[in-house]
Design a protein around this ligand. Structure first.
Ligand code: ADP
Length: 392
């Protein structure tokens, strides 16, 4: 059975098609600059990468090109072979704790949550509607970034603000990256050979979050109402004194939306260094003696250690720590510094084993009290698995 995994942004559409249940990737690609001039798409098939410049006025046209490529490359002989299409949705609010079939009611709820994810949810709806038009016989599903975190207890998702903000405005912690945290936590349980575990999952990429996962269920997570909470990220500030926001709005005379842009796009590692939001550039800066890069790296690592320590105590112990996403999978020095900061918990880095990039492996010594692992994340596969279950 063929299943398509789709991630629609406001001007982009990423896709990956799987043969299920074998989980074999048949074709993948991305449409870019949809609705903007100079649009194009790239596809990967049989180890080959192809780029085509085409006019992409909207997502529906992108799906039409996708269908054309599937047929021309004989990935499918008929569109009816595509049984399921899974769509990534960033914000599912408190409505969704699992993947759902994209009925009109589900779409209406996603739309209702647009205010909480103004850039992402509308794009997902556009993607779902376009896919339904072009491939009408497939089961369309919605896979929510927030669903995995719905098992958090109340004390971990309520903010210490007037309670009416929660009841009347839905202000609470929802978390994000849930599909990734679930994927790596499940894989970690497979490696440990049991499900009754306490795992700390560190998804550290450009966006970054940490979760405490007990028996495969989320107990706590670092992102909040929006992804701008918890860790210091590429360009997001993460946790800070909330009153800085109103104080600096007064000082700078900026609007709420301008302040939102500063805190999401001009803060974090980029804000501290003024150099870049990319950890590779920061590491280069550290090597060449840039003091602000060194400061940013220290703060970035410190915050991650703080969250791991918090979740260790909250879970009353920890069976394994997992690193994933861009930095987690590739930055040897970041992982080493985090693990060194956990020495008091009995974590011991295996320098040689830690020297891996983008590959699964254990990176602590045998005598480490908590084993640490790198597990490359695969959100597309997770979407395909859930969609397969709802389509077969
Ligand atoms: P997102 O999905 O949030 O955009 P990714 O998970 O793709 O982010 O991570 C991208 C980030 O990973 C880059 O911005 C960079 O900071 C980091 N990264 C990728 N490769 C390396 C590397 N070799 N060393 C250090 N950091 C890396």
């Amino acid at each position: 059975m063929k299943v398509l995994s789709v991630n629609a942004g406001s001007s982009s559409l990423k896709f990956q098609m799987y043969e299920m249940p074998e989980e074999k990737v048949l074709i993948s690609g991305v449409f870019e600059r949809i609705g903007i001039h100079e649009s194009f798409y790239t596809i990967k098939i049989n180890g080959e990468k192809i780029r085509k410049e085409v006019d992409l006025p909207d997502h529906k046209v992108a799906f039409e090109y996708l269908v054309q490529e599937l047929e021309n490359n004989h990935v499918v002989e008929s569109l009816d072979e595509i049984k399921g299409i899974g769509h990534r949705v960033v914000q599912g609010g408190a409505y969704f704790d699992k993947t759902e079939v994209a009925t009109d009611d589900v779409i209406a709820k996603i739309e209702e949550l647009n205010v909480l994810a103004p850039l992402h949810n509308p794009a997902a709806i556009i993607g779902i509607k376009a896919a339904k038009e072009v491939i009408p016989n497939a089961v369309q599903t919605t896979v929510f970034d927030t669903a995995f975190h719905q098992t958090m207890p109340e004390e971990n998702y309520i903010y210490a603000v007037p309670y009416e903000w929660y009841t009347d405005y839905k202000v609470r912690r929802y978390g994000a990256h849930g599909t990734s945290h679930k994927y790596v936590a499940n894989r970690m349980n497979e490696l440990l050979g049991r499900d009754d575990t306490k795992i700390i999952t560190c998804h550290i990429g450009n966006g970054a979050s940490i979760s405490a996962v007990v028996n495969g269920k989320c107990l706590d997570t670092s992102m909040g109402l929006t992804p701008n909470a918890g860790l210091i990220m590429g360009s997001r500030c993460g946790d800070m004194d909330a009153t800085i926001v109103t104080y600096m709005m007064d000082q700078l005379g900026v609007s709420a939306s301008e302040m939102d842009t500063i805190l999401n796009k001009k803060s974090g590692v980029l804000g501290i260094t003024g150099v870049s939001s990319d950890m590779r550039d920061i590491d280069d800066g550290v090597r060449s003696g840039n003091e602000r890069c060194a400061l940013a790296k220290k703060m970035y690592v410190r915050r991650i250690i703080d969250y791991i320590a918090k979740y260790y105590v909250e879970m009353n112990g920890c069976d394994a720590i997992v690193f994933t996403a861009g930095v987690g999978e590739n930055s040897v020095s970041t992982r080493r510094q985090i693990m060194e900061g956990l020495e008091v918990l009995g974590v011991h880095v295996d320098e040689e084993a830690n020297n891996i990039r983008g590959k699964e492996g254990k990176i602590t010594t045998e005598d480490s009290s908590i084993p640490c692992y790198v597990i490359p994340t695969d959100e597309e596969l997770m979407i395909a698995r859930d969609t397969y279950e709802l389509s077969k």
